[in-house]
Design a protein around this ligand. Sequence first.
Ligand code: PMV
Length: 364
Amino acid sequence: MVQASAPGKCILFGEHAVVYGQPAVAVAIDQRMSVSLALNDDWRIDGMSFHPQRHPHVEALRQRLWDGGPPLSIKITGEIPAASGLGSSAALSVAASAALRCARGRQMKGDDWAEGWTAARPNMVYDGPWQVDKGDSLEFGAKSVDEDECAILTHAVEAYAQGGRASPMDSSTCAHGGCIVLSDKVEENLNWLYSRKLNDVTWEVHAVNLANIDDVWLVIGSTGIHAPTSEQVAKVASLLEKQPEKMREIETIGIVSRRGIAALMEGDMESVGRAMSENHLLLRSIGVSCPELETLITAAAPTSLGVKLTGAGGGGCMIALTRNPKLTSEAIELAGGRTLISKLAATGMKVDEDEDSPLWNPFE
Ligand code: PMV
């Protein structure tokens, strides 16, 4: 068996404003998705027959990493609720791409990759594998797996599953873990990782080191209401068309996000919390909160450093930054929300089991 896992994510700052070029900040959460693979007589997913149309992410990865390979039994487990803005599909895709890569290994030419996906080849990444040559050796197991490759593949399959549009926020955060900042330009003082380009949009992806942070938790509260991201994004677009002056709010979210990033880097969690609450007021004034989110936010506020909706809004989840996760979680649950508790900036993609690797060598 080969098994890999990846964390979910939540957005700390900058949702919606990122669509207009402002920076957005996401952190990986403790809740993860795991994918395990074993050779089998026919294709199975969680013990049932595999129907590609029911699992578009897995199918898109299968085409890219396992084309012509032997049938597998795939098992998916996880603690991230689906369709709640917590990156469950990206976490699943990162874990599945890591497990598939681990299960087939990688052809090497000397010390270099002979195949795979890499940000070093920007034009190739969404079209197909970068196949230089037949390699001269096979690297397999955990050491054949690469975070950047999993992030690229996940971005590509998220776009495929969502009709061509996806930002690299979820794919990068779930692959690399920690804290990821997306912007339309390279941000000074941050660790720039790579550019991503899809259709006509370019994003600069950065990592932020949150080593100084301790003794603080995120409590994630779900309203249980499913509000599709595309509808919320369209709602903001139509508001900006009718009231162009609301662009001030979008720009102010950018300023607050940058202040939040600086506070995160200093480990000043009181300031991080204040910036989160300010960010929420701005999100409310562009119309993406809702009464259910406001109820949970009001319930969490007295025991928190900061509170805001996270993700697209209109339902979905809120987050509270708190030193008393138990108290905050109880308050949110009493107000009718379901909660998850996480530290900030969890570990990214991991191979949990690689003893049987490789399960298939496509070059043999
Ligand atoms: O709820 P999520 O994780 O899909 O976040 C949506 C974030 C938006 O800024 C609202 C949309 C986007 O594409 O960035």
